[in-house]
Design a protein around this ligand. Structure first.
Ligand code: ELE
Length: 298
C-alpha cells in the first residue's frame, strides 16, 4: 500500500496464547487449533507461556509441551522461559535453541522482594548466554519490579522488550535509551497507541478472542483513519473491562468459545473456570457490546 508509513505496516500483533486444559492436562490439539485460527485471522507471532498462557502455573515440561504444540503449527513463536529456578530457565532456553526457536523471552524473577539491580542484570545475562535472541517481558504490576530502559541498557544483550505497562512513555523510553531494540507494549487498551506511536507492535491478550479487530485497528491506523481505529479500540476496552469483572484469564476461555466458536478447554485452578451462569452473563454482555459498535451506536 503506497503512502503508508513503513513503521505502521510493520507493527506486529502478537498474541499471548492461552493454554487449554482439560482434566488438569494441557490439551495439545485444542492449542494447535487455536493457534492456527489466530494466524488465519492475521496475528503475526505467538507468545507461548505468557501471563494469559498461565506461564507461572506451568511446570518446565508443560512449558515445553506448549512450545512443541505451537511449533507444529508455526515457527513464528516467542518462547517465554522465566521462572524462579535459574537451572530450569537456562535448560528451557537451550531447549528453545535446539528446537530452532528464533526468540525467547523471560519475565524478571518475581515474588522475592528487594532484589538488587545487579541480580536482575545477571539473571538476564545468564539467559543471553544460552540463546541469541532474548526479549525482556516487563510486567511490573505482576512481577513486583520494573526492569526499566536503563537496566536494559546495562544488561546489554537483550534484543527486545514486551512492556506490559499503562504508560506508553515507559515503553517509548526503551527505544530512546536503546535504539534498535524492538519494543512492544502489552496493554490491551494501548493497541492503537502502540501502533500509532511507532512501537514495533502489541502483545495483547484480547487477540485471543478478537484478533480480527486488532488487525483492523492496525489497518485503520495505517490508512490514517484514526477515529475509526479509536472506535474499535474502545470496543476492545469495553470487552476487556467487562471480562476483568469476572476474572480476566478465565473469561478469555469463555470469550474465545463464544465469539470464535470453538472450544479451548479451561484454565487451571486457582484460576477456576467460570460457572454456567457467569458464562452466559459474560457472553450476553460481550455480544451486546460488539453489536453496539457494529451498529455504530457507540
Ligand atoms: C498482558 C496481560 C496484561 C498480556 C501475556 C500478555 O499474557 O503474556 O490486566 O492489563 O495487566 O501481559 O494481559 O493484563 P493486565 O502479554
Amino acid at each position: 500500500m503506497e503512502g503508508i508509513p513503513e513503521v505502521m505496516k510493520m507493527a506486529e500483533i502478537i498474541v499471548p496464547v492461552l493454554t487449554p486444559f482439560n482434566d488438569g492436562k494441557i490439551n495439545i490439539e485444542l492449542l494447535k487449533e487455536h493457534t492456527s485460527s489466530l494466524l488465519k485471522a492475521g496475528v503475526d507471532r505467538i507468545f507461548v507461556n505468557g501471563t494469559t498462557g498461565m506461564g507461572p502455573a506451568l511446570s518446565p515440561g508443560e512449558k515445553e509441551t506448549n512450545l512443541k504444540a505451537v511449533l507444529e503449527v508455526t515457527d513464528k513463536v516467542i518462547f517465554q522461559v522465566g521462572s524462579l529456578n535459574m537451572g530450569e530457565v537456562k535448560s528451557l532456553a537451550r531447549e528453545g535453541k535446539e528446537l530452532g526457536v528464533k526468540t525467547i523471552a523471560s519475565y524478571a524473577p518475581y515474588y522475592f522482594t528487594g532484589l538488587p539491580k545487579s541480580l536482575i542484570v545477571r539473571y538476564f545475562k545468564e539467559i543471553c548466554g544460552e540463546h541469541d535472541e532474548v526479549y525482556l517481558y516487563n510486567y511490573p504490576s505482576a512481577v513486583g519490579k520494573d526492569v526499566d530502559a536503563e537496566t536494559v541498557k546495562e544488561i546489554g544483550c537483550l534484543k527486545g522488550v514486551k512492556d506490559t505497562n499503562d504508560s506508553i512513555n515507559h515503553s517509548l523510553q526503551y527505544k530512546r535509551v536503546n535504539p534498535g531494540m524492538k519494543v512492544f507494549n502489552g496493554a490491551d487498551t494501548l493497541v492503537m497507541t502502540s501502533i500509532a506511536t511507532g512501537l514495533d507492535g502489541t502483545v495483547s491478550a484480547a487477540a485471543n478472542f478478537v484478533p480480527e479487530v486488532l488487525v483492523e485497528i492496525r489497518r485503520k491506523v495505517s490508512e490514517g483513519k484514526v477515529g475509526e481505529a479509536m472506535k474499535l479500540q474502545f470496543m476492545v476496552d469495553e470487552l476487556v473491562s467487562l471480562a476483568k469483572g469476572y476474572g480476566y484469564i478465565p473469561s478469555i476461555y469463555v470469550l474465545v468459545k463464544g465469539i470464535r466458536g470453538y472450544d479451548v478447554g479451561n484454565p487451571r485452578p486457582p484460576l477456576f473456570p467460570l460457572g454456567d451462569v457467569e458464562r452466559k452473563e459474560l457472553l450476553d454482555k460481550a455480544i451486546k457490546i460488539m453489536e453496539k459498535y457494529n451498529k455504530n451506536e457507540a
